[in-house]
Design a protein around this ligand. Sequence first.
Ligand code: HEC
Length: 345
Amino acid sequence: MIGSANLSAWFPEGASTHAMGVDEPFYGIYVAAVCALILTVGLAVIFLWTFLRKKNDPDQMPSTGSNKILLGVWVLGAVLMAGFAFQSGIPGFVDQNVAPYGAYQVGVTTHESGWDFTYPNGHVADTLRVQVGQPVQLTMTSADVSQNLSIPALRVQQAILPGRTTEAWFEATSEGAFPIFTGSFSAMTHDSLSTALMALSEADFAAWLATVEDIFAGRTMAEVGELLYTSQGCAVCHTLDGNQLVGPSFKNVYGFEFLTTDGQTVLADDAYIKESILTPNVSVIDGFQPVMTPYAGVLDDREIEAITAFLMTQSERGDTGGHSEADPANESGTAPEGDTDQEEK
Ligand code: HEC
């Protein structure tokens, strides 16, 4: 065949099983079209030359009849070419539209600020990681405007529409990072929405999945806490810089004392922080509304320990030296027990 997946004049080198089905018809039709162009323009030039009426030449009369055989050949050639284009394109088209049974499922949502790729285990990422040799099916929708998913190296192109789901599938054939572009059909341009597809080996993909499944892997307790602070929405109400939003800032909370609405003084130690997260409205800090969502059933003990470790890093009194390790159980001894320090918020 004339086209091959490695001809990269028009496309980046093919990195998926779709490459053949797209590139072969493309180059086939391309070459056929160039041949037809050369034939028609060439014949036109030859005829112009041969049949140009010479000056004062009475013999040269315009042709009257037509050559039925030539006409038939021409029509037949055109029909054959259209048939060839259809026949070479249809297998790739069907292949692109029918995902193999059992394909790895990834949910895709595009929105104003980027991409969300949701994996079967619930992990959400802004880049798409897949395993080489494994068919992947994307089920896509848009939270706002119409978008277009385009992964040139994988020959994947599909519209993403608000209020509808569209699908695309592919099987990556080589490892590497490939750009994902979006063409927006709206007036806005979304250059910033480009992201990347990482095609990983089976071992690398499994290793990556293991780290995203376990947020504690490879992180200190405080780092996990910081992750939870943003992923669980605490940041919406609690700042880290001392500014007050809906809730008190997390700056200098750990180890400090606070007045509650019922006139009691509480020390923000491990136990109080745990209580504040699980049942925040039992003891409400003075000057605030009891609007914090209880996290009982959402965060487990280890995650609360991680948040506590993170809060220590945000407090002048949280520094006990060893709390960023995975055992924050015994820091309360260093908290200023008899301190009368009253934080006015
Ligand atoms: C909807 C806003 C909101 C969200 C989200 C929120 N909080 Fe709160 N939080 C508050 C408010 C308001 C208070 C003060 C009133 C009270 O004690 O219930 C508070 C109090 C606290 C306190 C006690 C602070 C002190 O000064 O003693 C802690 C600890 C706390 N929140 C942790 C968290 C953590 C951890 C998260 C995320 C997992 C979180 N909050 C999410 C609003 C929120």
